[in-house]
Design a protein around this ligand. Sequence first.
Ligand code: SF4
Length: 319
Amino acid sequence: MSRYLSLKEYLLNRYGKRVQKITVALPFTCPNRDGSKAWGGCTFCAEGSKPSMLSAEVPLRDQIREGIERAKRKYGEDIYFFVYYQSYTNTYADVETLKEVYDTALEFDGVVGIDVGTRPDCVPEEVLHLLSGYAQRGLEVWLELGLQSANFETLKRINRAHGVSDFVDAVLRAKSLPLKVCTHMIIGLPDEGREDVIETAKLIASLPVDGVKIHPLHIIEGTLMANQYRRGEIKTLSMEEYVSLCADVIEILPPSVVIHRLTGETEEDRLIAPEYCSPKMKNKVLEAVRRELERRDTYQGSVNPFNHSPSKISLSISK
Ligand code: SF4
């Protein structure tokens, strides 16, 4: 029995076949790097989270074509695709530029969705309406909003340069349109304990969020955190600590929330710590989370964090 709703399972149920993400890199930056919100970026961020095998200098059409060809060689011809605009802030341009970029995905057969990674303070109405136009034409459109933590002090500490309110506002505006929202949270941020992690999970559970990506804090070469880690100012969680907190979060998330990711993966030559965030450890972490839920005999949504029931809500309304 599956104890949580993985993206793979969700996509298989919805499309009846494998759906492969084709990750691309755009020549964009981020308002947290270019000075319009802050300088230097989030302290954990390496090159806007761009996978090292991608280059924004390669034309977008070529990146998508090559990604599709690679996926077909690996998984066969009978698959669908999502184009995933992952690195930096993929809504940080004028609407005409963004339209050109998203339209490019539609040129390829088998593309059933797009997935757009961005910041919660970088989704103006005109961009949300542009994205919802693709959903109205039948594409599945996911908006990935980085939150990382519901603790504002943590957000300041890691130089996110946005607040929790920006996230709530972005989710509510996106969900007034036919868009799906996936949010990112990091477990193990500096000076955070279990209570902070639970609070972040509760905030996500309280909002109409459709999906979540959960990462352990991991330290990557070239980031501000790499310096803090080397100076001994921050540390990372052991795999046991991470697995336990991850299970706590899964228990709180409503059963309908699609879990897009449950661990972090960074190539070994760029990963400083912890070692369980290397690609070769991915399955071990997933297996450990599964075993932890089995040991507890719990599953996604088995904890109601708000301690209310429909009858209590209707009673309070009728007073
Ligand atoms: S907002 Fe995203 S791209 Fe920008 S610095 Fe932070 S993690 Fe990196």
